[in-house]
Design a protein around this ligand. Structure first.
Ligand code: DX5
Ligand code: ZN
Length: 215
């Protein structure tokens, strides 16, 4: 599919609306919004209020990545704030299926994210109810980390895992350390959406950087 989702984690928050518009003009397919609670990961970022503001400023779908310990309570709030896709971490909760139901009931697409140490097979009981799987190719929490090379094979295995279980096209998204150095291999392995923070928002020319990922 070759879609790109710039992560606002590396954007200039004093002018968030302008940053979103500039990435849209450069050809972004989604905005990726990283929500961190200082508990599931050792960093804190944004809540539903900023998602709501981004919704008003944006004209492409919002892809919200929850790195929080209590998605059962908070995931629906992000759907209501205007997230088109709400992705939570498999590792965060014993109530994975309940969270999925709550997101769907709130009207958003349902995503699950796996940290680097969680195997693809963890999804075997819930894969049928998913719209998207997010493979973390760094440990969640911070932008600008180095890509974990084993993620490439994990994506290929996830694509086969999905194909063996459903005819639906479940989106595969990759997040962490994505750049023009690995983008082609990631799409080749079966990724549909590449998330990129520091490589895109740190670039002098957003359009050239975005094109270099899709090319
Ligand atoms: C990290 C976040 C990422 C982050 C990626 O936990 O989930 O979305 O913004 O940043 P880069 O592309 O710089 O690795
Ligand atoms: Zn993310």
């Amino acid at each position: 599919m070759k879609k790109v989702a710039p992560s606002i984690l590396s954007a200039d928050f004093t002018r968030l609306g302008a940053e979103l518009s500039a990435m849209e003009a450069a050809g972004a397919d989604y905005h990726h919004l990283d929500v961190m609670d200082g508990h599931f990961v050792p960093n804190m970022t944004i809540g539903p209020l900023v998602v709501e503001a981004a919704r008003r400023a944006a004209s492409i779908p919002l892809d919200v990545h929850l790195m929080i310990s209590d998605p059962l309570t908070y995931a629906p709030q992000f759907a209501k704030a205007g997230a088109d896709i709400v992705t939570f971490h498999f590792e965060a909760t014993p109530h994975v299926h309940s969270v999925m139901m709550k997101i769907a009931q709130a009207g958003a697409k349902v995503g699950i994210s796996l940290t680097p140490s969680t195997p693809v097979e963890a999804l075997s009981e819930v894969i049928g109810g998913l719209d998207l799987v997010l493979i973390m190719s760094v440990n969640p929490g911070f932008g600008g980390q180095a890509f974990i090379p084993e993620s490439l094979d994990k994506i290929a295995r996830l694509r086969r895992f999905i194909q063996a279980r459903t005819d639906r096209h479940i989106l595969i998204e990759v997040d962490g350390g994505v750049s023009d150095k690995n983008a082609a291999q990631l799409y080749e392995a079966g990724a549909d959406i590449l998330v990129s923070g520091s490589f895109l928002y740190g670039a002098p020319d957003y359009q050239a950087a975005l094109d270099s990922l899709k090319r």
